[in-house]
Design a protein around this ligand. Structure first.
Ligand code: 3PG
Length: 218
């Protein structure tokens, strides 16, 4: 696993937009809308029959996007996502067979973890970048701050229960690259093809993150 490549992906945007795609054409619209706001990171979850087609369509039609596959639960999911053209893969958790397959595979991968033991298990396979899931329910920013003590080289994309009201707590942490969330591309806006509203939500997020980073630099 090329950690520099994973970092380049995670550092490419304030938000990894978690998208449930029911229609590849709409997924393309979402990815364009996000890219137009300077937020190229999109995670299309493998939870719908259209997900792999949506990943293929975004990879082919939106050169400005960095499209990943989410909800990778098995080595088979990992293979299918890489085959569809996903630039990275994300899982809510990890199993030894998935970690083994992803460590040997071509596609950068973020295992999911919420505890020190889960992180340490994945570290044995060479991983040091993670989806912290479910972020809010697993103790939120306070938990991530605690994990930075014993595991200072580990970086996260926290996801789960994050929105404009609490994203700043995460962006302010040194061990957070970007945050994941569905709030910038909600299902109802995708369904209504309200892509300009998705662009506006992503721009709002970028403004908040820029303020957080500016304050952190003093
Ligand atoms: C996911 O479904 O992978 C994330 O948990 C999305 O979480 P959110 O809907 O709370 O942003």
């Amino acid at each position: 696993m090329d950690v520099n490549l994973v970092d380049r992906i995670l550092d490419a945007a304030p938000v990894m937009a978690v998208v449930v795609a029911r229609d590849p054409a709409k997924a393309v619209g979402v990815a364009r809308a996000l890219a137009a706001a300077g937020n190229p990171l999109v995670e299309i979850t493998l939870r719908t029959p259209a997900a792999l087609q949506a990943i293929k369509a975004v990879a082919a039609e939106v050169p400005g996007a960095l499209v990943g596959a989410g909800t990778i639960l098995t080595p088979k999911d990992y293979e299918a996502a890489a085959h569809a053209g996903a630039v990275f893969g994300v899982s809510p958790g990890a199993t030894p067979s998935l970690l083994k397959a992803a460590a040997a595979g071509p596609m950068p991968f973020l295992p999911g973890a919420a505890t020190a033991s889960e992180l340490m298990l994945a570290m044995e396979y060479g991983f040091s970048r993670f989806k912290f899931f479910p972020a809010e329910q697993a103790g939120g920013a306070a938990t991530l701050r605690s994990l930075a003590g014993p595991l200072p080289h580990v970086r996260f994309c926290p996801t789960g229960g994050i929105g404009p009201g609490n994203a700043s707590q995460y962006w302010a942490l040194r061990n957070v690259a970007c945050v994941g969330g569905s709030w910038i591309a909600p299902a109802e806006l995708i369904e209504a093809e309200a892509f300009d509203k998705i662009t506006a939500l992503a721009k709002d997020a970028a403004v908040i993150r820029a303020k957080v980073l500016q304050a952190a630099r003093g």
